[in-house]
Write a protein that binds this ligand. Sequence first.
Ligand code: LLP
Length: 417
Amino acid sequence: MSPGQAVHARDGALHIEDLSLDALARRFGTPCYVYSRAALTSAYAAWKDALAGRRATICYAVKANSNLAILGVFARLGSGFDIVSGGELARVLAAGGQASRTVFSGVGKSAAEMRLGLEAGVRCFNVESAGELERLNSVAGELDRQAPIALRVNPDVDPKTHPYISTGLKKNKFGVPFEDARTLYARARTLPNLQIRGIACHIGSQLLDPAPIAEATAKLLHLVDRLAADGIELSHLDLGGGMGIRYRDENPPGVAAYLAPMLARLEGRHEELCFEPGRSLVGNAGVLVTRVEYLKYGPEKNFAVVDAAMNDLARPALYDAFHDIRPVAPREVASHVYDVVGPVCESSDFLGHDRELAVEAGDLLAILSAGAYGMTMSSNYNSRPRAAEVMVDGAHAHEIRRRETVEELFALEQTLP
Ligand code: LLP
């Protein structure tokens, strides 16, 4: 099993911590997301250790996996949070997270969401446009509050990742153009209900090379110094998330090595740091367990039709993303090459292409590295109830979200009279 994986083989059978995935599937049914608390804790510790001795806040990016139990684990470890909606703020607060350690990102914050953030007392709004600056100033004024802000700037560096998850290029919708930042900070200074605190950037996700984020940091620092010359002092730098993980054969550098070139550029600086890791904290802490319904053999392709689908894990369909797929228990049958597909009526409903597997109908498969952007991007397409979620903690399993019922899927709907 690749390094960092929560799942490991014991006598050939896959386990998470002390529990076998087979026993978990029998107890909770399939499809089912299973997470390891120990893996979450050690991923957080890797970030914490890499930043030891620095004034730095780790703000877990809630969008990667927003289950209350996961947020609660991070809150207890002292993590802050990065949110992009009023809904995510409500989750953080419900899970015991602190607003004062929460940064509010996102390109389209509504006035209502700003109000929620201000009332809760979030640490910083990462503002992404001139229009948002004006709106936040007036919403804060109505509440008679000061809104702490950073501008999210777009440093126009190529993060060398999948185009759908790269965010720091000029053509992306995120952040304010680098060239406009000084003008916008000058404008922000004149707005009475804003308090300028820092600067933010996030250049993309699943980054494996530390060079682009180090380059972005250098660009940001240059801007920070120009702003200081304009009389605008910033006290924090938010360098976003984006650190990649191993899905197949990638060799992610590890947190310390990933941060090293960036931290080298920050030598001797006084600014407090903030990071917004998502995937690197949860991605390899979770798997999706699914059961093979049918094996279909065709002239060109063989299919393992499983009970999980693109509505449960959208990443393969959406980004052609690779997730390793392993039988939960070894089997003495001939292996074949299969496309692992779900029951949804779309040709893009696949979880893996061309996987060599020794399986029979009824067997369980584990889809690895599914802890990040798995459950949070799931849907009810084809009226499929969402999967259960289970957290393993040593020899204990907690159902942290029960499987939906079909009735719940249409509970908000009405037939016409
Ligand atoms: N901060 C901001 C402002 C973000 O937009 C994101 C992710 C993060 C932090 C966390 O990035 P991470 O450390 O997880 O890379 N659904 C896609 C990923 C979308 C990422 C969106 N933004 C996927 O499944 O690969």
